[in-house]
Design a protein around this ligand. Structure first.
Ligand SMILES: [Zn+2]
Length: 258
């Protein structure tokens, strides 16, 4: 069985002690492709090092994370643009709006989000969306940018069934991770009504560990626990969950767009 972790911060300082062992543990569990979202320019070198060490397994994104949109965001956006001008990436991410950590930066978060969507369109790449306490604001931007050239993943999807359908209407797959295993996670209540063709697996490691590791450091091998939860929700064998979610990830990241 092969699994794809569509969202994992393997370059995080949380893995400094045991990065290679942790990555090998995931590969041994069948998780052999890792899509790596960016945060800001501070982490760029760490991401490139990861790719150099595991060229067959690592798939890098470039982008500016909404909680890192600060006074210097013009410089940070210039860095993202320079990266795309210099080489290929698999997506623009993670990008979006986060009003949980800081509401005062909403205007510049919105500006950064829109401009990075336009960058994705220029290079015909998917976007990977981070949305926290900002569904209305994110959907407003997606509405203004919608079209065949807008597509990607709504990472760590945590909304209602209606919001899930709305995201799907904007050509977004839903990134499902540890939250689906939480007792109060809520999405497990309606997920079975969302066709599996719209779902991709993720961990968001080192954050949001699935049960039974909730509250502890997350790692990519745990994507199998998320897949097992989906097998229960969808009443399908695990190998089918693995195959479908892997092919959904391929569709997002590898489909050549005209
Ligand atoms: Zn993330």
């Amino acid at each position: 069985m092969n699994f794809t972790d569509t969202h994992t911060h393997l370059y995080s300082e949380s893995f400094d002690e045991d990065q290679d062992v942790m990555i090998q543990r995931a590969i041994d569990a069948g998780v052999n492709r890792f899509f790596i979202p960016a945060i800001d320019s501070e982490y760029t070198e760490r991401m490139y090092a990861l790719e150099k060490n595991y060229p067959d397994h690592m798939f890098l994104m470039a982008g500016l994370h909404p909680t890192h949109v600060k006074e210097n965001y013009e410089e940070e956006l210039a860095h993202v643009e320079a990266q795309f001008a210099a080489r290929d990436f698999y997506a623009v991410g993670e990008i979006g709006i986060d009003l949980y950590w800081d509401k005062s930066t909403l205007e510049i978060q919105r500006d950064a989000f829109k401009r990075q969507i336009q960058l994705a369109k220029k290079y015909k790449k998917p976007i990977v969306i981070h949305c926290r306490e900002a569904f209305d604001e994110v959907f407003e931007v997606l509405e203004s940018e919608k079209g065949d050239d807008l597509f990607g993943i709504f990472h760590c999807f945590s909304g209602t069934k209606e919001q899930a359908e709305q995201a799907i209407n904007y050509n977004m797959k839903l990134g499902i991770g540890g939250v689906a295993t939480f007792k109060n996670g809520k999405i497990d209540q309606f997920l079975a009504e969302i066709p599996l063709s719209h779902i991709v697996l993720e961990t968001d490691a080192p954050y949001l560990s699935p049960v039974p590791y909730r509250g502890k450091r997350n790692e990519s091998s745990y994507v199998v626990l998320v897949a097992e939860k989906l097998a229960t929700i969808y009443q399908k064998p695990l190998d089918e969950i693995a195959a479908i979610t892997t092919s959904n990830a391929d569709e997002v990241f590898f489909t050549k767009r005209a």
